[in-house]
Design a protein around this ligand. Structure first.
Ligand code: PXG
Length: 434
């Protein structure tokens, strides 16, 4: 491809100069594989960007999308509705735990972050506590690229260019020294949740609206919560009237062998964000699922019936094609028992990924469900270089492996076979030891 065409596209979260010097073009996909421009088949070991667990180019989703484009390609999202949006919302409310019964649609995880935290702040105002505005995130958290996302997130590289963001503070992350190479949930570290109480004391509960965490931090390298940590967060939120927001953009819809981390860990937030896997990546869609208490508060304080209770939304909120893609994707997960498959095969994935312990540079491995993070010793002063080199070597050998910061990430497709798991672990082993 000529240089001016390459330069025309400013690629997101990408080393543009490096990519454009040696492009890695993907032109097709099928099942657990990509097809590259140079005719190679490449195993998709992050299911896209944690999006495509059921495999690529599913005909059921294609047919649903095509059918929807034939019937109703777009309908206005504000003040009018289409039936599929209500059906999808009801379906999500049915599978979400407990009182999480009301769904606000967005188009992405970042929009979910903004939406959930705007709802949290507005909720407190509506119930007579207008000073509760501060949002607490967590170091190493990722909640997207919007102003809310970078403010509540805790990855330094994603924050340093922008200056002042939205009012926030941060809990520490949960990677405790001594917990390296833990399989699944670390048994120690639940007390780290007590920092939330310290922060609430520091700022005063009358000023704190919500805490937002990924139950398992994804982007920063699959940081699994210590056993008991999330339920302690829940208790502290209850004690101080602070809303708990779970960002399940990666963990929802099967990645960890359950519908949600909230259900897997038995801790129910007040607001639950989802995106990515909801449409198997085939169409942008996010959803913010809130409790009866939150929804009812807006309906009860909304004033005259013609008033808009929440002046918030997006042109493409509840896009009919996105809803059709989501329905078809959820059908696939259910019909093919893919969530059970992940749960059943997770111990095998866990055993295999931990076989990389002892390989050169590997200083930690964390895993849960079909997700794993492998942290590598850095080159002196260049923390992100080694994972990039490993990932690019894997690409050359026919494996798409994602890296972020000092960590390699695996989020293998739900449909991956044991043999494919073996192959991806073996290639990582080969690349690390050469
Ligand atoms: N929350 C979480 C937990 C995410 O993982 C977002 C919000 C933002 O979603 P959008 O749709 O606005 O991008 C994400 C996105 C990685 C990786 O390498 C992770 C994400 C995106 C790209 C790469 O782990 N997560």
């Amino acid at each position: 491809m000529d240089k001016s065409r390459l330069e025309a596209f400013w690629m997101p979260y990408t080393a543009n100069r490096q990519f454009k010097a040696k492009p890695r073009m993907i032109v097709g996909a099928e099942g657990a594989y990509y097809l590259t421009k140079d005719g190679r088949k490449v195993f998709d070991s992050l299911s896209g960007l944690w999006t495509t667990g059921a495999g690529h180019c599913r005909v059921e989703i294609r047919d649903a999308v095509a059918g929807q484009l034939d019937t109703l390609d777009y309908s206005p999202a504000f003040q009018f509705g289409h039936p599929l949006a209500f059906s999808l919302a009801e379906r999500l409310a049915d599978i979400a735990p407990d009182a999480l019964n009301h769904v606000f649609f967005t188009n992405s995880g970042s929009e979910c972050t903004d939406t959930a935290t705007k709802i949290a702040r507005a909720y407190w105002r509506q119930v007579g506590c207008p000073s509760k505005t501060k949002i607490i995130g967590r170091v190493k958290g990722y909640h997207g690229a919007s102003w809310g996302g970078i403010s509540f997130g805790g990855i330094p590289a994603n924050k340093k260019l922008w200056g002042q963001g939205v009012d926030s503070d941060h809990l520490n992350h949960t990677m405790l020294p001594g917990n390296e190479f833990t399989r699944g949930l670390p048994q120690s570290g639940a007390e780290l949740a007590n920092e939330l109480e310290d922060l609430i004391m520091l700022h005063d509960a009358t000023n704190v609206a919500a805490v937002i965490v990924e139950p398992i931090a994804g982007s920063a390298g699959v940081i699994v919560p210590p056993s008991g940590y999330l339920s302690r967060l829940r208790q502290i939120c209850d004690k101080h009237n602070v809303l708990l927001i779970f960002d399940e953009v990666i963990t929802a819809f099967g990645r960890i062998g359950d519908w949600f981390a909230a259900s897997a860990f038995g801790v129910v937030p007040d607001i639950l964000n989802v995106a990515k896997q909801i449409t198997n990546g085939a169409f942008p869609l996010g959803a913010v699922i809130v409790t009866d208490a939150i929804y009812d508060a807006f309906m009860e304080t909304g004033g005259a019936e013609y008033n808009i209770e929440l002046p918030h939304g997006y042109t493409y909120s509840s896009h009919p094609v996105a809803c059709a893609a989501a329905m078809a994707s959820l059908d696939i997960l259910e019909r093919e028992g893919l969530i059970d498959r992940v749960r059943n095969l997770s111990p095998i994935f866990e055993t295999k990924v931990h076989q990389l312990k002892g390989m050169p540079y590997v200083n930690d491995i964390r895993n849960y469900g079909f997700a794993a993070g492998i942290t590598l010793d850095p080159y002196a002063g260049e923390p992100t270089r080694r994972p990039m080199e490993v990932a690019l070597a894997c690409w050359d050998k026919g494996f798409y492996v994602r890296y972020s910061g000092d960590t390699l990430q695996l989020g293998i497709p739900f449909i991956a076979t044991e043999a494919e798991i073996d192959l991806v672990i073996n290639v990582l082993g080969d690349v690390l030891s050469t």
